[in-house]
Design a protein around this ligand. Structure first.
Ligand code: UDP
Length: 411
C-alpha cells in the first residue's frame, strides 16, 4: 500500500485524489529543499515528512542541509533573534563568515541546485546560496518560517539583499509578510498525523513513558515541549507553575527539550532554566535525544495541561501536535500560535505567567472543558494543519510558479 493512501481514513478519499491529480502536472520535476539542520526544530520536522511524500507523488525531491562552523551558527542565531525583534548588532566579521560559508556550501550543492526546476530555501541560514548559483535554471523560493513582522530593520535590510533575487517567498502567516518585489505566498506549516510523534498510542505506553522518566501520573502534570530558547519563555513557564502550585500543591512541571545543531544558545538557556527551577523535585527538566518522537508523543498525550508560552513564535508545531491529541493549549499570544489557538475555543491565549497560571487553574478545575476544547482543537487541526493540506499548498504553488503564464490549467 502506498503511504499516501494511509491518510484516507483521516482526511477522506477526495483529498488524496486531488493530491494525485495536482502532482500529475509535476511528474518528473526536480525539486530541492535546503535548510540548516537535519535534526531539531520545526523545519527539520516538516521536511522529514514532506519530502518522502513528494517523492511518492512522482516529484524528484531532495533535501539538502548546509554545514557551517560555530561562528556561522552564532551569526545565524543572532540574525534569527534580530529578525524576531531583539535589538542585536551583528559584527561585519560574522556577516562575512555567513556569506563565505554559503559560498562554500554552494560549491558542494551548485550542480543540483542549478539543475533543479524548483529550489526551496528555508529560513535565513542558506538564503545567500542564490548569489552563488548564477546559472540556475529553475525557480527559487525563499521559505521563511520565523516571525519577521517586526525585525531589526538593518538586519532585514541586509538579508533582503539576498531575498530580492528569489522568484517568490512563502510566509507562515499574513502578518509576517514583508514588502518584496516578487509574489508572496502564505502557507502555514503542518504536522503528520501518522508520524511516530503524532500517531495514536495506547494508555499503557503513555504510562510507561512517564513511569520510565520517574514522573508520577497520579498527580497533575503541566508540560511544555520546546528547545531551550528564550523566545519559548521556559523561565516564564516555571513562574506560572509556581503560581499554579499555590492552589494545586501536587502539580508537577515537565519541561522537555533537546538540542538543535543550528542553535548554539541552547546550553546557556538551559542553565538559566535550571537556576530558575532550583532544587524543586517536582520540576522535571528533560533533555531528550533527537530521536524522541514517541516519548514526546506520550508526554503530550499524558499531560493534564500543555503550555506553549512563547513570546515570539513562527508557528509552533508543538501547539499543533498537542491539539491533534485532543488537548487545548495555553499559548503565548503571538505569531503562529494565534493562528491555532482560538481563544476560549481551542485553547487560551496568554500574555503573562499570571495569565497562564489562571488558565491552567481553570482547566484543572474543569476537566469537562479540557475535553470539549480538546475536541475542537483536534478538528481544527484536521481541517487546517495536517500534512495533506501542506502538500496541496506546495503542489499548487509549484504549478502556479511553473505554469504561471497559462490562463487555464487542466487537471
Ligand atoms: N521537538 C523535539 N524534541 C525536543 C523539542 C522539540 O523533537 O526536545 C520538536 C517538537 O515536537 C516540534 C519541533 O521540534 O515538532 C519544534 O517545532 P516548533 O515549531 O514548535 O518550534 P521551533 O523549534 O521550530 O522554533
Amino acid at each position: 500500500m502506498k503511504k499516501l493512501d494511509l491518510y484516507t481514513s483521516i482526511v477522506g478519499k477526495d483529498v488524496i485524489e486531488e493530491l494525485h491529480q495536482l502532482a500529475g502536472l509535476l511528474k518528473g520535476r526536480k525539486v530541492v529543499h535546503v535548510n540548516s539542520t537535519r535534526k531539531g526544530g520545526g523545519v527539520a520536522e516538516i521536511l522529514r515528512r514532506l519530502v518522502p511524500l513528494m517523492c511518492e507523488l512522482g516529484i524528484k525531491t531532495k533535501w539538502k542541509v548546509i554545514t557551517g562552523d560555530d561562528d556561522f551558527f552564532k551569526c545565524t542565531k543572532s540574525m534569527h533573534n534580530a529578525l524576531q525583534g531583539n535589538p542585536i548588532d551583528i559584527p561585519e566579521s560574522l556577516l562575512r563568515i555567513y556569506e563565505k560559508t554559503n559560498a562554500q556550501n554552494a560549491e558542494v550543492l551548485r550542480k543540483e541546485l542549478e539543475e533543479a526546476d524548483i529550489v526551496f530555501i528555508h529560513d535565513p541560514q542558506p538564503a545567500p546560496l542564490i548569489k552563488f548559483c548564477p546559472d540556475r535554471r529553475g525557480k527559487w523560493i525563499w521559505r521563511c518560517h520565523i516571525d519577521i513582522s517586526r525585525p531589526q530593520r538593518h538586519i532585514w535590510k541586509y538579508l533582503r539583499n539576498f531575498v530580492v533575487d528569489y522568484d517568490a517567498s512563502i510566509f507562515s502567516i499574513v502578518n509576517f509578510a514583508q514588502r518584496l518585489p516578487h509574489p508572496l505566498y502564505i502557507i502555514p506549516p503542518s504536522i503528520d498525523p501518522l508520524s511516530e510523534k503524532n500517531k495514536d498510542l495506547d494508555a499503557k505506553e503513555v504510562y510507561s513513558v512517564y513511569d520510565g522518566l520517574g514522573i508520577d501520573m497520579g498527580n497533575p502534570i503541566i508540560l511544555q515541549v520546546s528547545r531551550f530558547d528564550r523566545f519559548k519563555d521556559p523561565v516564564g513557564v516555571i513562574q506560572s507553575y509556581r503560581l499554579v502550585k499555590n492552589f494545586t500543591p501536587s502539580a508537577q512541571l515537565v519541561l522537555a527539550g533537546g538540542p538543535a545543531t543550528d542553535d548554539p544558545e541552547g546550553k546557556v538557556v538551559l542553565e538559566e532554566v535550571k537556576t530558575a527551577a532550583g532544587d524543586n523535585p517536582n520540576i522535571h527538566i528533560l533533555l531528550l535525544p533527537p530521536e524522541s518522537d514517541r516519548t514526546i508523543n506520550a508526554l503530550q498525550r499524558g499531560a493534564d495541561i500543555v503550555l506553549q508560552k512563547s513570546i515570539k513564535e513562527g508557528f509552533g508545531l508543538t501547539v499543533t501536535e498537542t491539539m491533534w491529541k485532543g488537548k487545548p493549549v495555553i499559548g503565548g499570544n503571538t505569531g503562529g500560535i494565534r493562528l491555532q489557538v482560538i481563544n476560549h475555543h481551542t485553547g487560551f491565549l496568554v500574555n503573562t505567567p499570571e495569565g497562564a497560571a489562571l488558565r491552567a487553574r481553570y482547566l484543572l478545575h474543569h476537566p469537562e472543558k479540557i475535553k470539549e476544547m480538546g475536541y475542537k482543537a483536534k478538528e481544527f487541526v484536521r481541517a487546517n494543519f495536517l500534512i495533506t493540506r501542506h502538500l496541496r499548498d506546495h503542489l499548487t504553488l509549484m504549478i502556479s510558479i511553473l505554469y504561471g503564464v497559462k490562463e487555464r490549467i487542466e487537471l
